[in-house]
Design a protein around this ligand. Structure first.
Ligand code: GUN
Ligand code: ZN
Length: 439
């Protein structure tokens, strides 16, 4: 039997990157719009009056008016094993990693623990309207198995990888180059393309991989050229100094990854805050992606991401946005963009609300080279979308009384919104938002 459904609401979907706060041509908005969803895909999108004629009389209908319906949020960098690390008190990145994060990640050798946290993690993503995420698991294959199994159960399009790390971390959190190779291959064989899952090659960062393991990353990239690569780059000055000491032959931090063939259009570099002109050129020339993690960069005191500098240079950078939980302090992409906005304020720049919502959806999909599948409401794409209420709390409801434009509404959602503003999260056409209060 057909599961065809009409879903009605105020539709918003981006068509391209906004050029200004008043760029009305960059999005499609329908004040009374609807989608037809069938078999996990969007089959029609437009004004309700037009769309309803495309479905037979009696088709099931869900009415979300007056709420906004838009593509699900995409989080391009976070760590699923850090759910019990978020909000840990530390001076900076390396202290935070060594004191809290590494000890905690050792627990993911235990399959039962990994499964429990994976389930909590997916609940939290969907509660916040995030329908696609790119996650680091731990060094243990069990953690990647737990992550992808949970994603398969929920029907989500998720990316992730078993972390490769063979030095500068405690016993119980290290693999070897050979193990990293075999286990990454095993994770790819088990999970890549199964359901909607995609595996990413995941050397944690240059500090925790020996040159031999970096060679393994290169080999895997050669064997699986379609896979994404994720790692960390240029997050904090102590980290940069230490990294460059470990690879004295490299010109700079970015050059370490370049020497192992890890730059490219499917390479996601978390943070990338303090890049030199030479490094930014190398990133741009290879179409590598700089992933901005605002709440994390503020929380760990890592630095202010020079978004406009990267964007305006002769060789601009591709930019994605992400929470970086548990260095990041919120699972909400709304809160994440609220902090991204404040960082640009501190730099004397403006990030307009259209840009923010573009980046959380189509922009991040483009950065992942997945905009043919997610990040839009275009017919033929996957039916991952969310329903947002800009008057979800008493404070927001009162403020909404003075809002008169779509851009103002978006800015309010970004500034004051969180999981409470997410009324529903649809994954492959099915409502999947879990309850908000703990059981
Ligand atoms: N660099 C290497 N590992 C990590 C991590 O887990 N979090 C952050 N923020 N930076 C890292
Ligand atoms: Zn990270």
């Amino acid at each position: 039997m057909s599961d065809r459904t009409i879903i009605r609401g105020r539709l918003l979907s981006f068509l391209r990157k906004p050029e200004s706060a008043s760029d009305e041509g960059c999005y499609r908005y329908e004040s009374d719009g609807a989608l037809i969803v069938e078999g996990g895909r969007i089959v029609a999108c437009g004004a309700y009056a037009d769309v309803k004629d495309k479905a037979p009389e009696g088709t099931r209908e869900i009415d979300h008016r007056p709420h906004l319906l838009m593509p699900g949020f995409i989080d391009t960098h976070l760590h699923f094993p850090q759910m019990q690390v978020i909000g840990s008190y530390a001076g900076g990145l390396l202290e935070w990693l060594n004191t809290y994060t590494f000890p905690e990640e050792r627990r993911f050798a235990d399959a039962a623990h990994a499964s429990r946290i994976a389930s909590e993690f997916f609940d939290e993503l969907l509660r916040n309207g995030t329908t696609t995420a790119v996650a680091y698991c731990t060094v243990h294959k069990t953690s990647a198995d737990a992550y992808f199994a949970e994603s398969l159960r929920r029907g989500t399009l998720m990316l992730g990888g078993k972390v490769m790390m063979d030095r500068n971390a405690p016993e119980g959190l290290l693999d070897t180059p050979e193990q990293a190779y075999q286990e990454t291959k095993a994770v790819i064989a088990a999970w890549h393309g199964r359901g909607r899952n995609l595996v990413a090659i995941t050397p944690r960062f240059a500090i925790t991989s020996t040159p031999e393991q970096m060679e393994v990353a290169r080999t895997l990239t050669g064997e699986f050229p379609d896979l994404h690569i994720q790692t960390h780059l240029s997050e904090n000055h102590d980290e940069i100094r230490y990294t460059c000491e470990l690879f004295p032959e490299a010109k700079d931090y970015t050059d370490i990854y370049a020497r192992y063939g890890l730059l490219g259009p499917k390479s996601l570099f978390g943070h990338a805050i303090h890049l030199s002109e030479r490094e930014a050129d190398a990133m741009s020339e290879t179409r590598s992606v700089a992933v901005h993690c605002p709440t994390s960069n503020l929380f760990l005191g890592s630095g202010l991401f020079p978004w406009r500098t990267y964007e305006r240079r002769g060789k601009p950078l591709r930019i994605a946005v992400a929470t970086d939980v548990g260095g990041g302090t919120s699972y909400s992409m709304l809160s994440t963009m609220a902090e991204a906005y404040k960082i640009q304020q501190l730099l004397g720049e403006r990030l307009n609300p259209l840009e923010s919502f573009y980046h959380m959806t189509l922009g991040n999909a483009d950065a992942l080279s997945l905009s043919d599948r997610i990040g839009t409401l275009e017919p033929g794409t996957d039916a991952d979308f969310i329903v947002l209420d800009a008057a979800a709390t008493p404070v927001m409801k009162l403020r909404m009384e003075t809002v008169s434009t779509l851009t103002e509404e978006l800015f309010l959602l970004q500034t004051l919104g969180d999981d409470r503003s997410v009324i529903e999260t649809y994954v492959a056409g099915k409502p999947m938002k879990p309850a908000t209060s703990p059981a």
